[in-house]
Design a protein around this ligand. Structure first.
Ligand code: TZP
Ligand code: MG
Length: 217
């Protein structure tokens, strides 16, 4: 196994507490049909057994489509379910430890919300494949997301690094072009897809906006 290729373009982060009462797998399948390029399983409150089961089901859905599954925070769950990667935040396991546990052939993502956090993470960066930066706008989805950094804050991190960046937090169609212009490779969304009445149509609209923004770069 070599590290799978991944496209940060339209990155769906799941959240069971958001939106429509539908099965997670149905929502993700619809979102992928609409053009999502990467999926993160994020459920901080889930019991471990349920999380492994959800990760396994998502791997079975996504792998035949060539879409990697990233597990939020839980390296153990990613390994148990044979997911393609792990995303850690500043308070989570050090990315170097995640890399040691996962080996060279999986994807490691790290949240970096400011130049100061980037500097504080300097020693871990060699273990990391991409950065998640935000929140771009105010968001109700993550209680401890912190203050919005805007496109200026996104650009300030992007100028410091050669790592690909995915912008996150309060992203809808209107935030895609300015995120790409500020240096993001793509955007990560929770509510814009998870809460949509039609997640396939929502993903299609976001993907069309992303493709337009990329064509202008
Ligand atoms: N990390 C930073 S902001 C955020 C996460 C998981 C939530 C983003 O959710 P939404 O609904 O796309 O604003
Ligand atoms: Mg975390």
């Amino acid at each position: 196994m070599t590290r799978p290729a991944f496209d940060l373009g339209l990155y769906l982060v799941t959240d069971p507490s958001i939106g429509q009462p539908r099965a997670l797998l149905d929502t993700v399948a619809a979102a992928v049909a609409g053009g999502v390029t990467l999926v993160q399983l994020r459920d901080p409150l889930a019991e471990t057994g349920a999380l492994v089961a959800a990760a396994r089901a998502l791997v079975a859905l996504l792998r035949p489509k060539g879409i990697p599954l990233i597990v939020n925070d839980r390296t153990d769950v990613a390994l148990a379910a044979d997911a393609e990667g792990v995303h850690v935040g500043q308070g989570d396991m050090d990315a170097r430890d995640v890399r040691r546990l996962l080996g060279p052939d999986r994807i490691v993502g790290l949240s970096v919300g400011s130049p100061a956090e980037y500097a504080a993470s300097a020693e871990a960066l060699a273990a990391v494949d991409y950065l998640g930066t935000g929140p771009i706008r105010m968001t109700a989805t993550k209680a401890d997301a912190g203050a919005a950094i805007g496109f200026e804050g996104l650009g300030a991190v992007a100028r410091l690094t050669a790592l690909p960046i995915v912008a996150i937090g309060g992203i809808g169609a209107a935030e895609i072009a300015p995120s790409v212009a500020a240096g993001a490779r793509g955007v990560a969304v929770v509510s814009a897809i998870m809460a949509a009445a039609d997640p396939k149509a929502a993903a299609e609209a976001l993907r069309a906006e992303l493709d337009r923004a990329r064509a202008r770069q």
